[in-house]
Design a protein around this ligand. Structure first.
Ligand SMILES: Cc1cc2nc3c(=O)[nH]c(=O)nc-3n(C[C@H](O)[C@H](O)[C@H](O)COP(=O)(O)O)c2cc1C
Length: 191
């Protein structure tokens, strides 16, 4: 898959097939993450990976899914992620900031996951204190993001924005994701 196709195809996945994800695949995702750009090449990020069913069960309740859908959109039992990457910023390496680095790393993870046939969802609505405690994360690290991973069991639809940016699930359970249209956000040569 070329990069542009992957970018076009990637959508947040919130329904998964409960198939285990090999550690070797998750390792590759971290390898993709570590090569993301970093201001001054300071590289403040570290990663915790979770592939075991017990680990996944522990992480799941610390996450909030799709808060823009009024009733929430938490993956039901049997459709939950089967792996996670937790993205940490080492505050002894970078005392503040690091969000751009985390974002670039997460995007690398999501695109490489797609290449591996996996779906992902980037989450920042996290019970950080709870998750840090469960994972034994030392104080000098801050949890920036969690990437949920698994074999996709849904195919969200990208569509041109009509009224607003709110994504929604239809009666058949298909997620619709409105995106702004290129010509409405592109300014040639000057604004
Ligand atoms: C910084 C950031 C934080 C996000 N946090 C959450 C989250 O906590 N829970 C969730 O379900 N989705 C989260 N998302 C996913 C967005 O809802 C999703 O990217 C958006 O609806 C657009 O859909 P798409 O990823 O399919 O393009 C987050 C995305 C970003 C970029």
């Amino acid at each position: 898959m070329n990069v542009y196709s992957a970018i076009l195809r990637r959508r947040s996945i919130r329904r998964y097939k409960e198939q285990p994800i090999p550690e070797s695949v998750v390792y590759k995702l971290i390898d993709a993450a570590r090569l993301a750009p970093s201001a001054g090449n300071v590289q403040p990020l570290e990663f915790v990976t979770i592939c075991s069913p017990e680990g996944c069960e522990m992480v799941f309740p610390t996450l909030k899914w799709a808060r823009h859908i009024q009733s929430g959109d938490t993956p039901p039992e049997g459709k939950r992620p089967t792996a996670y990457v937790i993205v940490l910023i080492n505050r002894h390496v970078m005392s503040k900031g690091g969000g751009h680095e985390a974002g670039a790393a997460v995007q690398n993870i999501m695109l490489e996951a797609l290449e591996e046939g996996l779906g992902t969802c980037w989450l920042r609505s996290i019970d950080r204190a709870g998750l840090s405690e469960k994972l034994g994360v030392p104080d000098k690290y801050e949890i920036d993001s969690v990437v949920a991973i698994g074999k996709p069991a849904e195919a969200p639809m990208t569509e041109a924005i009509k009224n607003d940016t709110v994504y929604w699930r239809d009666d058949r359970g298909v997620m619709h994701v409105p995106k702004r249209v290129t010509d409405n956000i592109h300014h040639r040569e000057k604004f």
